[in-house]
Design a binder for this molecule. Sequence first.
Ligand code: GLY
Ligand code: MN
Length: 463
Amino acid sequence: MFAPHTYIERRKKLKEKVGTGIILLLGNEESSINFKDNWYHYRQDSSFLYYFGITHPGLTGIINCDSGEEIIFGDELTIDHIVWSGSQPTIAQLASKCGVNKTLPTSKIASSLKGLVHYLPPYRTKNQWKLSEWLGSPMNFISKGASIELIKAIVSMRSYKTAEELTEIEKAVNITADMHLGAMRYAKKGMLEAEIVGKIQQIAISGGGNLSFPVILSKDGQILHNHYHGNVLQEGDMILCDTGAETTMGYAGDMTRTFPVGHEFTQRQKELYQIVLDTHEAAIAALTPGIQYKDVHLLAGKTLVNGLIEVGLMKGNAEEAVSAGAHTMFFQCGLGHMMGLDVHDMEDLGEQYVGYNDSLNKSTIFGLKSLRLGKKLEKDFVITVEPGIYIIPELIDMWKAENKHAEFINYDLLETYKDFGGIRIEEDFVITESGSRLLGKPVAKTINDVEQVRAESLGLMHE
Ligand code: GLY
Ligand code: MN
């Protein structure tokens, strides 16, 4: 946890921004996997963490904008809990760590919620159910009743990372870098993908925290979020590894590397890898306060298309191809997202409020609808840059049957790439006064550097 004054100041600012009414922030409970007492790894709600910092299940906080009163609600452990889980600080002791000096049992919440109550859209059914009970409102009205003022106020605070947050994020990114280097050094032909996932998880947990999201790792890198790890790796395969750590305080890292199972990429892999790398570098060079991230995304699309034209997979004019959306045959998702206490920071509050604003709406067209961040970048935003090329056989078949964008896509050559897989390169950046700064230590990224790591790990010399 940060020192109490961090949380006191954050709550003070939030009260000023929201102005009037009661702000209700729900912490998370333990969540059962397959029977009541078998729980998922516990994760506190990120906005609760931001304003109260306490990683403890079953707490709720209220901040009264009118009277200034702040209360943490929770129930003390019974002897039965202590027998199984050990003793814990009292609720008052926990609350004092974030500068809250009033606590009450959970049973007192409903009677404390009089008048205007601001709450966030719940993403767990249990919290939806609690809100329904406390506010006397039907379950299906709860999400609609979430406070836009509170969402906007929280986004306007959590989007700008302070120095102490950046230190914590950088800690997560450094562990993330170790996870990637560990995977790159560990992989060998004949291995099950799951063996590398195990290695990655070991490094994340050894770092003191956990994963910031379930590992995405596969030779089928064209599947954007592939959590299947049952393939046996063979020479000639590429592994796409997208993974991140979170610190004990909940701050995330998120990186992607793509590397060969053997010690070298094949010629085709090299060509497309270089295109993704060039796109990644072009996007990074464009990062600066004031630029719309949507424009960086479109610039990345143009760089990607120029590379694909060079290898013959696309044709025509790159700018026109991107305007028409033809690049989404290869790059179906967005260039990146905000990162902080969530790997997709504040996504539970709504992408329209986090990545867009009143003057820029999120698109609904294929490709752009998956761009989580489109608005202008500002100093102290933390974002990811993650371009990729994904060869998706079903998409090729579908578009080819419709002759879609045939003036830009060379379908005959693309047919021969159907078993190619996917490539993504991802790093995390903080936006500075004049540009951006890479977070965490660098991890091999050029073809030569990646092959060097692979050669060393396989006990081979690399020219
Ligand atoms: N790293 C997973 C994602 O950004 O969606
Ligand atoms: Mn990401």
